[in-house]
Ligand binder design. Sequence first.
Ligand code: GRG
Length: 300
Amino acid sequence: MNFEEELRKKTEDCERVILNFLPCAEGYASRVVEAMHYSVEAGGKRLRPLFLFETCRMYGGPMTLAEPFMAALEMIHTYSLVHDDLPSMDNDEYRRGRRTTHVVYGEGMAVLAGDALLNYAYETAIGALFVAQSEQERARVARALRVLAGNAGIYGMVGGQCADLEAEGRGGAADAQTLLYIHKHKTACMIESGFRIGAILAGAPQEDEEKLGKIAEHIGIAFQIQDDILDIEGDSQTLGKATGQDERDGKSTYVTVHGMEKAKEDVRVRTQEALELLDGLSVGNEFLRGLIQRLMTREK
Ligand code: GRG
């Protein structure tokens, strides 16, 4: 199997896991559950659960613990996209190649669908405590829950989004240091959750867990820089969302602060740093290596 086939197969596997954990639409809450399904089933690259699966697998961890966390991570990621697209935030009409949740279900229901996804993510991940086979596994699940919540919250993604909104309120201008804070927290933290939770659940050596955290930071920042590049040079059809949004909103991005050439160079440098750290782990993962390389040239 070549890399592209393997990626497609693994993405489909992740997709199955995620969809399996979604709730059934019934009773008075059925409309919000329908909106949850709509936003999750729209697709997406499923990168964060894929990172979680791969790091857990490389240390021989139990998939029974990894799967609820894979689904939970994607639910949190999807909630953040649903809320980010709202008229009070970025006001976007297209995401993942289809109309955004608030366009289809109305703004109130989209807020609720995001809230529901966030809550259901924790309900789902907590489920791992009940399938853990030993005290040691339960302790790992507890640590993983702390990483999941911490990286999504005020010291993670929400903190990054807060700094981003404030920069927009100042007319979009963010200096290089603020921009790095935004990228690290808004984008890299959720990627870090994938890498670290997989390692924690599998009981990876502490040294490796720390290296995986650094790998995730490099990849997360490179991923966001590439996102800023694609907003200028990308194709909206391929991306499944409109381009030119940052310019429309007068936002500072890695490209406006550092220039296109440096932005491209930094994607390359951070990817290289991540690959070198990957080589220093106590176990290898060729697929992960291929995936990290592939992200450097991603077009969506
Ligand atoms: C509302 C708390 C809150 C946070 C929103 C995720 C986010 C923070 C905003 C979305 C806009 C954006 C550019 C975020 C940076 C992270 C990013 C590039 C998200 C898109 O991730 P992909 O490309 O999306 O993995 P898919 O659709 O493939 O899952």
